[in-house]
Design a protein around this ligand. Structure first.
Ligand SMILES: Cc1ncc(COP(=O)(O)O)c(C=O)c1O
Length: 476
């Protein structure tokens, strides 16, 4: 369409009649564009406002710092890769074939106890942990419950428990009406401090519970000696210690009884599950009755003890038989990678690692533990360190556990306790759990060695930058 050009000296007063006269749609469009451009210049655009707000927000600031779109793609890829790497528990043709066999057998549950898969798994686990008796149970917590009960602990008796552990170590005791004396952890091992145990032993104390935590063990020689001298039972909470050993003796066989968990995140898993290990024939028979509704195996039908159904199912036992086959190879890789990380982080200022005790002949490999020391890192808090490690693609988390006595329910499970007892003084557990303990969960250590080296370098680089820039770079 023919269009008359607009001459520059035309005023709007004359332009409109001119346009009407020429009927020029192109000129109309040009005018409207000009008006909207002028208006946009004068008024704050909603898009610009949104953009400014985004840039000022915490997320926007981190987005820009991470390099905008290219950075975001990198972070998304690292997160995806990490999720694939951290997939746990793992399964393959072995598990599929075994579960199919159990389904076909029609014997899925745990009754009559023990079924063929339960027997098979018990044998495999007994040889792994060099104990004559393995009594499978429905979970780690119920294994603890059955063990405390089978040891003959009665309401009002007391057990010594480390302040820093998963709540089940203490809750199982509370459910039986036992009293729990919490004792602080050793800053070197992060496990029960044997030097404080004697002071916590009172006239009602009957047992000490040693928890092997993360990648560490308490001083088992000292605890065994105290238990023997004071006539106490020693229970090992081995929920993290599959494949661990002390002076060549596997965990779970050091004390009177050991309790393992096979819950989803554990080193061997059947989704849920547990086991009790012991050298003591009589105790083993009592444990079997306790987890099997009180039935005394080999005894008369009416000879029953106090017990409820805490049985492991055949499906779970079948999965655990597969896990036992994988375990040796997987744990060797984990332990090697963790040892390599320990070597690389040993000289990083601002990080402290649990003690390398040569008596731990095979270290637990449930989680790599490091103590981040904010005071040596420009005052930057642990949460910022953990967030930066996660942004760099590493599955770091702050301590999973808080001192157990902090739970508002603590002590209320015992009906004879009118009010929760005063929180005991456990300064090491408090400070480690709230300000410094960082965990790297075990599936990461099945990845390639280059990730370990990259993690060590990232830790050193982050700490170096905190030391130079201090809290200046800290998030609000
Ligand atoms: C130290 C410790 N003890 C006991 C348990 C209880 O095991 P479960 O979850 O199988 O009952 C856990 C589980 O996380 C644990 O970490």
């Amino acid at each position: 369409m023919y269009c008359t050009p607009i001459e520059p000296n035309y005023t709007p007063k004359r332009i409109v009649p001119f346009l009407v006269r020429t009927r020029s749609s192109a000129a109309f469009v040009a005018i409207i564009r000009w008006i909207s451009a002028e208006a946009a210049r004068m008024l704050p655009s909603p898009i610009a406002t949104l953009r400014r707000r985004f840039e000022e927000s915490d997320f926007g600031r981190r987005w820009t710092e991470a390099g905008g779109w290219p950075g975001a793609v990198g972070v998304a890829w690292r997160r995806y890769y990490l999720r694939a790497l951290m997939r746990w528990p793992r399964s393959g043709w072995r598990e599929r074939r075994t579960v199919r066999a159990v389904l076909r057998s029609g014997r899925w549950g745990g009754y009559p106890f023990p079924g063929p898969w339960t027997r098979r798994f018990s044998r495999a686990f007994a040889s792994m942990h060099a104990v004559p008796h393995v009594i499978p149970a429905s979970s780690g917590a119920t294994a603890l419950l059955a063990a405390y009960q089978s040891l003959g602990l009665m309401p009002g008796d007391e057990v010594v428990v480390p302040a820093l552990t998963f709540s089940a170590t203490a809750t199982a005791a509370h459910l039986l009406g036992l009293r729990v004396a919490f004792v602080d952890i050793d800053p070197l091992t992060l496990c029960l401090d044997h030097r404080l145990v004697e002071a916590a032993i009172g006239p009602h104390t009957r047992a000490i519970v040693a928890v092997h935590l993360g990648d560490s063990m308490p001083d088992m020689d000292a605890l065994l000696e105290i238990a023997r001298r004071r006539g106490l039972r020693l229970v090992e909470d081995c929920a993290h210690a599959h494949g661990a050993s002390w002076q060549g003796r596997p965990a779970g066989g050091l004390g009177d009884v050991g309790c393992f968990s096979f819950q989803t995140g554990k080193l061997m898993s059947s989704g849920e599950g547990g086991a009790i290990t012991t050298h003591n024939d009589g105790l083993a028979a009592t444990c079997v009755a306790t987890v099997d509704c009180g039935r005394v195996h080999g005894g008369l039908p009416d000879q029953s003890r106090l017990g409820i159904n805490l049985r492991l199912t055949e499906l779970q036992a079948a999965l655990l038989s597969c896990a036992a086959e994988r375990f040796g190879r997987e744990n060797a890789v984990r332990q090697r990678r963790m040892e390599s990380l320990r070597d690389q982080l040993g000289s990083v200022e601002g990080i402290r690692l649990p003690r390398r005790d040569p008596r731990m002949t095979s270290r637990p490999a449930y989680a790599f533990q490091m103590l981040y020391l904010p005071e040596a890192c420009g005052g930057v808090p642990r949460e910022r360190f953990v967030a930066d490690l996660c942004d760099a693609g590493f599955p770091a988390t702050p301590s999973w556990y808080q001192p157990v006595y902090r739970s508002p329910e603590y002590g209320r499970l015992d009906p004879r306790t009118p009010a929760p007892p005063a929180a005991p003084a456990c300064p090491v557990a408090e400070s480690v759990a709230t300000t410094s303990l960082v965990w790297i969960p075990h599936p990461f250590f099945l990845g390639p060695q280059r990730h370990i080296t990259r993690l060590a370098r990232t830790v050193a680089r982050l700490i170096d930058s905190y030391r130079h820039h201090g809290r200046a770079g800290d998030s609000p």
